[in-house]
Design a protein around this ligand. Structure first.
Ligand code: ACO
Length: 397
């Protein structure tokens, strides 16, 4: 068969597959990074159950596992931790650039711009070179938290503070953000949150990362495009909206009325529902335990009772459709107790998810073919050009 005929045949095949809005149920990659059993509520990273990793591992160890496929030996982990620690600082040029960002801008937009700017500073694109890949991973894992913390201080009119070498990854982030050395329990719980958010197969932002990776661009562009995708309220941005929603409900006894109103007006209840899970997201259960651990130590958050009342009410109303709390439902309550401002919840999610995005970047490069799906054209064909003076008034937009 000659090339052109083969192409035409392929196109016919793809149009026969039919449109699947949101690509639901359409495999677009083979992956050995993460597995989800949405009916049983099970999640594994490289074969390890998420509950075990959240209990036993650290975020950097989990990052190593996700990106390189196996748990590191003690010396590999020490080296990785040391490298990340050495690259936490960001250039004064990046800081100066961030000072020009509007203070009223959303921190996810600031993060997307600053992550993309790393491509300007480390512009050698050598994605076939394992040393380049390792260095890029280290830089992104190390610098993203520093950028998130820097924007927080800059928008308050302060200078960012430098990372502290004596503090581990999560403790250092909380220190750079709040300017106080965190309580060890708070730092450990935050680290566990990072483990829980690090990877979740082909969600929207990871798909976005893989599409960008498939063009063979640099890893900074891969991460920047994924950050932009994570920002939306149907994806990572939901954690911020959950707290707004809980505050709007105000009291546990108002949860049912809120829920009924949302359902009858076809409004989504934020923090509920997931394309993959038909039961409660296993990460939501662990985050709920973490929230309780924090409340036991540092005092309760009254919004927790509202959240529990909403979950209970929703079980009756939405459970039959397989709609249960997702990862975003309890994470905001944990971050709030840790003193993290609300509009930083999604950037904090990004700090963690960069591990998963980079694992998928490497995997995509290992068997790359550029993503180029087809479409079903529904527009008009064969129109005739109309000179400007003969056109009737344009449609209003
Ligand atoms: N509240 C009320 N109803 C819901 C919800 C919800 N949170 N989620 C889904 N439904 C209903 C829809 O109204 C729809 O009902 P219908 O068939 O009667 O019309 C049905 O369930 C299917 O909903 P879709 O939006 O088509 O499901 P999809 O798989 O496309 O969306 C999503 C999944 C985007 C997560 C959705 O559940 C949602 O919008 N949830 C709220 C936002 C949220 O919490 N996002 C964070 C997800 S986790 C993450 O990305 C990190």
């Amino acid at each position: 068969m000659i090339g052109n005929d083969r192409k035409i045949e392929k196109n016919l095949d793809s149009s026969m597959i039919g449109l699947r809005p949101g690509l639901e149920g359409v495999p677009v990659a083979q992956s050995s990074i993460c597995d989800i059993d949405g009916l049983q509520g099970k999640l594994t990273y490289r074969g390890y159950p998420i509950s075990e990793l959240a209990l036993q591992s650290s975020f950097l160890e989990t990052t190593y596992l996700l990106i390189w496929g196996d748990l590191p030996s003690p010396s590999q982990l020490r080296d990785f931790e040391k490298e990340v620690q050495m690259h936490r600082r960001i250039s004064f040029r990046v800081r100066d650039m961030m000072k020009c960002f509007p203070a009223s801008g959303h921190p996810m937009d600031a993060l997307q711009s600053s992550a993309a700017s790393l491509g300007l500073f480390y512009s050698r694109r050598a994605i076939d070179d394992p040393k380049y890949v390792y260095d890029a991973v280290v830089r992104l894992i190390a610098k993203i938290p520093t950028m998130v913390a820097a924007f927080q201080l800059i928008r308050k009119g302060q200078d960012p503070i430098q990372p502290r070498d004596d503090l581990a990854y999560s403790a250092n982030f909380l220190y750079m953000l709040t300017e106080r050395e965190p309580d060890p329990l708070a730092a450990r719980i935050f680290d566990r949150c990072l483990i829980l958010h690090a990877e979740h197969s082909l969600n929207a932002s990871t798909f976005s990362a893989r599409v960008t990776a498939s063009t063979l661009t640099d890893p900074y562009a891969v991460v920047a495009s994924a950050v932009g995708t994570l920002a939306g309220p149907l994806h990572g941005g939901a954690n911020e909206d959950v707290i707004k929603m809980l505050e709007k409900i105000g009291k546990p006894e108002h949860a049912i009325t809120y829920l009924n109103d949302a359902i009858s007006n076809k409004r989504k209840v934020m923090g509920f529902g997931h394309r993959e899970y038909r039961v409660k997201d296993p990460r939501a259960s662990i985050l709920q335990d973490l929230a309780e651990e924090l409340f036991a130590r540092f005092g309760k958050d009254e919004m927790y009772d509202v959240a529990k009342a909403l979950e209970k009410a929703a079980e009756h109303k939405l459970g039959s459709k397989g709609i249960y709390p997702n990862v975003d439902f309890y994470s905001g309550l944990v971050y709030r107790k840790l003193g993290i401002p609300r509009d930083l919840y999604t950037p904090v999610f990004a700090i963690s998810r960069v591990a998963g995005w980079l694992a998928h970047w490497r995997e995509q490069l290992g068997a790359n073919r550029i993503f180029r799906p087809s479409q079903i054209y529904t527009g008009i064909q064969n129109r005739q050009w109309i000179p400007a003076e003969e056109r009737s008034s344009a449609k209003s937009f």
